[in-house]
Design a protein around this ligand. Structure first.
Ligand SMILES: NC(=O)C1=CN([C@@H]2O[C@H](COP(=O)(O)OP(=O)(O)OC[C@H]3O[C@@H](n4cnc5c(N)ncnc54)[C@H](OP(=O)(O)O)[C@@H]3O)[C@@H](O)[C@H]2O)C=CC1
Ligand SMILES: O=C(O)[C@H](O)CS(=O)(=O)O
Length: 492
């Protein structure tokens, strides 16, 4: 790999994918006052681009344009919309390397993993493009002889989207794909840390033939202002958000004023349970994926690892050995498993969790400190002797820390696993079919991985219960969040 990213464009086969203007109402624009904000590479801290710092007025313009474009877009057939989405998918995959480089540069995840996210993000465009042709209604036997009842489904209208930095491509496509497939307009506001992946998506959307105005990308460091416009603008019919539960609450309060429909993909605190009848090698493999994917910066990563007493020491040794084989570095330059954390705030939260655990009796068996590379690089860490009194039990670490808890009985660990306000993802390893059946039914989570640490796919309904969110993304269920059901009663 090239040993510098001082000029990101030099790394790209197609430099035009690195857009540095916002995409509003079908036009590439600067902020009216020329204001910009910097996008930095977390691996080196250098500025890789400057993009417009747009305002509420720009967001309002994008929303108004989406409302106009949406009428014609919804009037097209599902097949017509599907054809354009297929072209968009094909363009994403044809430019996977460049999109991966842009994503790696602005977010820090290693290039191989970044390219993997591009394929994952593109899979939603492909899947929902196909589903565009299958928005079915129904007829219902009338309640009176002269009544004929039909139910049709129609696009909800203009959708506003706010997404986080950790999956800057896939979190947008997981939302815009079903919305556009059913005929909605879509206004995206990506995290300020990672706007470039969203803008590259817009470049390819334009090339694929998405009509002007149907899809906008609002780059802005004014998160709260843009969020307020999304919640208060009467044209917006739906808000879809992925991020922390804390911000989700703020947005729900703001959206309540208009009784706006909301989809919320929020925080997690996933338990990862290893029973004494588990295949320990497979459990370690699953823990490595679930805990350390994206450097632990995923909402579905294992946040608490519970291991039954009889296999605790063996599992801890195996996990430590597996983590010790990994490497940390600049994902653009080297073939590494771990890049930097997104910023120093994230690193300091990881340090706080480790310090708290150590102060309350946990043992650091691997890692536990900042990496010698400096900046926001951190050593992948394994803790043993972790107890419920520690912060890692109730707070989302969002970093490369594997805390191992010991438990004795099935009843005990299910109670502990469920003792959280979150309910997004959960995982367990066992081989007894009775145990598998009991545990999968008793875990209070929207998603359960049984003998696997990786459950995310476009074909399944992704989402949480309790304070991990509202609604589902992915699968044919994901279409419903962007459709309104209309009951028609015809008197003949
Ligand atoms: N359930 C899921 O699928 C996912 C959940 N998450 C959760 O999100 C957290 C980590 O991601 P992180 O980005 O830090 O989460 P945040 O909730 O801080 O930010 C998410 C997005 O919301 C924006 N935002 C922040 N405050 C406001 C506001 N007042 N009004 C409108 N928008 C706002 C952010 O903008 P900006 O960054 O520019 O400030 C960002 O674009 C973790 O808790 C993680 O579990 C993350 C990804 C997926
Ligand atoms: O933002 C996230 O953490 C994603 O939802 C995780 S996943 O979809 O890649 O599993």
């Amino acid at each position: 790999m090239l040993d510098s990213v001082t000029n990101l464009r030099d790394l790209l086969k197609d430099p035009s994918l690195l857009a540095t203007q916002a995409y509003v109402a079908g036009e590439w624009v600067d902020a009216a006052d020329g204001a910009t904000f910097e996008v930095t590479n977390p691996a080196r801290g250098d500025v890789i681009a400057r993009v417009p710092n747009l305002t509420r007025a720009d967001a309002a313009r994008a929303i108004a344009a989406a409302a106009v474009a949406q009428k014609e877009w919804a009037a097209r057939t599902g097949k017509e919309r599907a054809a354009i989405m297929r072209k968009w998918f094909d363009l994403m995959m044809a430019n996977q390397d460049d999109l991966g480089i842009i994503l790696c540069a602005e977010m820090g995840k290693p290039l191989a993993e970044a390219k993997g996210e591009i394929a994952y993000g593109a899979s939603f465009i492909e899947w929902f493009g196909e589903e565009a042709k299958r928005v079915y209604g129904e007829t219902i036997p009338g309640h009176q002889r002269d009544k004929r009842i039909t139910v049709i489904k129609q696009p909800i209208g203009v959708v506003a989207s706010i997404t986080p930095w950790n999956f800057p491509n896939a979190m947008i496509t997981r939302k815009c794909a079903p919305a556009l497939a059913v005929g909605c307009g879509f206004v995206a506001r990506p995290a300020a840390e990672t706007p470039l992946s969203a803008l590259a998506l817009a470049v390819l959307a334009e090339r694929a033939g998405l009509p002007k105005g149907i899809f906008s990308v609002i780059t802005s460091a004014r998160a709260s202002d843009i969020g307020k416009e999304f919640c208060e603008n009467p044209i917006v019919r739906k808000l879809t958000f992925t991020g922390s539960t804390e911000v989700g609450r703020i947005l729900l309060r703001q959206a309540a004023e208009q009784v706006m429909k909301c989809s919320m993909e929020l925080g997690g605190n996933a338990p990862f349970i290893v029973f004494d009848d588990a295949d320990l090698d497979k459990a370690v493999e699953g823990a490595m994926i679930s805990k350390f994917r994206n450097n632990g910066q995923t909402c579905v990563c294992a946040n608490r690892i519970y291991v039954q007493a009889g296999v605790y020491d063996a599992f801890a040794e195996k996990l430590k050995a597996a983590v010790a084989k990994t490497s940390v570095g600049d994902g653009l330059k080297d073939s590494v498993q771990f890049g930097p954390l997104i910023n120093m705030d994230a690193l300091e939260k990881v340090e706080e969790h480790i310090a708290d655990a150590k102060a309350k009796g946990a043992k650091v068996v691997l890692g536990g400190a900042r990496h010698e590379l400096g900046g926001s690089f951190f050593q992948p860490t394994v803790l043993t002797g972790v107890t419920d009194a520690m912060a890692v039990t109730s707070e989302e670490t969002f970093g490369p820390v594997a805390p191992l808890f010991k438990f004795d009985t099935e009843e005990e660990v299910i109670a502990k696993a469920n003792d959280t306000i979150f309910g997004l993802a959960s995982y367990f390893y066992a081989r007894d079919i009775g145990r598998i059946t009991r545990v999968q039914e008793q875990l209070e989570y929207g998603m359960v991985g049984v003998n696997t640490g990786l459950i995310s796919t476009e074909v399944a309904p992704f989402g949480g219960v309790k304070q991990s969110g509202l609604g589902r993304e992915g699968s044919h269920h994901g279409m419903e969040d962007y459709l309104e059901m209309k009951y028609i009663c015809l008197s003949v």
